[in-house]
Design a protein around this ligand. Structure first.
Ligand code: ADP
Length: 486
């Protein structure tokens, strides 16, 4: 696997968690996986296992390869090239990307493949993640086709978020060891630029994305970010597989961030978590405070997560008989808006602007309802944590949210949460209103909580689906090779 992030070596978001959870689950199934990531500033040096020069269009840089054992059959190799990776940020500083990101991630792909070609006896599949690894399938085809280890190896590209497309001016092409014939609409060209993601989509054997729902959505104009046509052309080779969650880290029976353990048959501990959340936000914990439904939000504060929808109905939210606790950072406008709401309604709203993992766990456990009104959501992790913590999700029916939350049906009492389809403030309010109403009926509410808590979103099931995809890639590559010989 090749990626720009993998926990615990480098993390800015959910991608890093996938690159930690999936390889381990594959290892448990008996497979051998090596994850290649850059060695960014602060990442620990591992055992140096190789050192050689890597060239891209005549620019040659020395790379060292540090191996870290991860689990049975699983290791990480950190590509150490200080000139490219020993910097303040992973991708840039603030909102400013590093000007040489095309070269930095092309180098990652090339160096990883060269390492595999030299050090491994056999490679069955190369799995590239997101645009940063998008050139790996191109290099494999163009530069390693005759290689004894890497020749003909199938490639899988996983799209974690189609909004990030790795767009660069066309004139970087010759600096990346790529010929101008690749500057075409069937290859890398995208409206006069080149796109690393398009390279990955067009050159990989099989494509995946992180939920079945998102796999469908990215083929539509509404969710395609201009890529819908490109993805549609490969529709037959695209599979949606839900991300798993780390069920050891997110386990209400053993979570060190909680005051008491709880589970589906032992919900009392959840009340203690609610009390602690209210206390930590300076909100009342008397009988009335504990009885009032508490809505939690843990999120990047950005439009993707529906914070503009929330803004449009904030006064209405405050009219509800509910308290709100928010943890997040991101867009300064939303940070200020929520901080101001907490100042003007201290009894009803708590806001912590920042990144705080223990508090994220406590909110997931202590809230009654988790609100996630995303405009689009490739998979989403927080709603899966909520389900496991008996915190009933209220979500927009999109992508992975739609796939993981089952809408409550009043007649049968079945369902695990509340969903709304239209991307509007009133639709959000209606869904939240339904949840608040059902909350008043403890028997029904606990049935919803327990149904969510019993779901299994561990990585093992998803890893089996990836294995199927890998096998499909292997078969496809073999058929392709036979056809080429004939
Ligand atoms: P995305 O990757 O798009 O941000 P996900 O729901 O897939 O959204 O994953 C977000 C992850 O980051 C979750 O594990 C969530 O708990 C965590 N997270 C987001 N914001 C914060 C925060 N301010 N403090 C702590 N954890 C956060």
């Amino acid at each position: 696997m090749i990626a720009s992030e993998a926990a615990p070596f480098a993390k800015t978001g959910g991608l890093a968690d996938v690159l930690a959870g999936l390889p381990r689950a594959l290892g448990r199934l008996g497979h051998q996986v090596t994850v290649f990531v850059p060695r960014y500033r602060g990442a620990p040096a591992g055992e140096p296992v190789a050192e050689f020069a890597v060239s891209l269009s005549g620019r040659t840089l020395a790379a060292r390869f540090d191996r870290h054992p991860v689990a049975d059959g699983v290791g990480a190799v950190l590509v150490d090239c200080p000139a490219l990776y020993d910097r303040e940020g992973l991708y840039g500083i603030g909102n400013e990307d590093y000007p040489d990101n095309a070269f930095r991630f092309a180098f990652l792909a090339k160096a990883s493949l060269e390492f595999a070609g030299r050090m491994f006896e056999r490679v069955d599949v190369v799995h590239a993640h997101d645009w940063q690894a998008g050139l790996a399938p191109v290099y494999l085809k163009k530069q390693f086709a005759q290689h004894p280890v890497l020749g003909g190896v199938p490639t899988v590209l996983t799209i974690h978020n189609l909004a990030y497309q790795g767009l660069f001016p066309a004139d970087v092409l010759p600096t990346l060891d790529l010929a101008w014939d690749l500057f075409s609409v069937d290859a890398l060209e995208f409206w006069g630029k080149i796109s690393f993601l398009k390279a990955g989509v067009n050159f990989s054997t099989v494509l995946t994305t992180v939920s079945p729902g998102y796999a469908k959505e990215i083929q539509t104009h509404e969710y395609g970010f201009g890529f819908d046509g490109i993805v549609r052309r490969r529709s037959a080779d695209l599979v949606g597989i839900l991300n798993g969650i780390d069920v050891d880290e997110w386990n209400p029976m053993s979570d060190a961030a909680l005051p008491a353990p709880f589970g589906p048959n032992k919900l009392a501990g959840k009340r203690l978590a609610k009390k602690q959340v209210l206390q930590s936000f300076g909100m009342a914990t008397d009988q009335a405070g504990m009885k009032r439904p508490l809505v939690g939000l843990v999120s990047r504060l950005v439009d993707q997560k529906g914070f503009d929808l929330l803004s449009s109905v904030l006064p209405d939210l405050l009219q509800q008989h509910a308290g709100y606790v928010l943890l997040g950072n991101g867009d300064p406008n939303y940070e200020q808006e929520w901080a101001a709401a907490a100042r003007s309604h201290p009894e009803q709203v708590g806001a912590r602007i920042g990144f705080d993992e223990p508090l994220a766990h406590l909110i997931e456990a202590g809230a009654d309802i988790f609100l996630m009104p995303s405009r689009f959501e490739p998979c989403g992790l927080n709603q899966m944590y909520s389900l496991r913590y008996g915190t009933v999700p209220v979500v927009r029916a999109t992508g992975g949210l739609d796939d993981t939350v089952e809408n409550y049906r009043p007649r049968s009492g079945a369902g695990t949460g509340f969903k709304f389809k239209a991307c509007t403030g009133p639709a959000l309010l209606r869904a939240l209103g339904c949840a608040l109403q059902v909350y008043q009926d403890p028997v029904r509410w606990q049935a919803i909580q327990r149904a969510g808590m019993r779901l299994d979103h561990s990585w093992d099931a998803s890893a089996r689906k990836y294995v199927k995809v890998y096998r499909r890639g292997v078969v496809r590559a073999a058929v392709g090779a036979r056809a080429a010989r004939a």
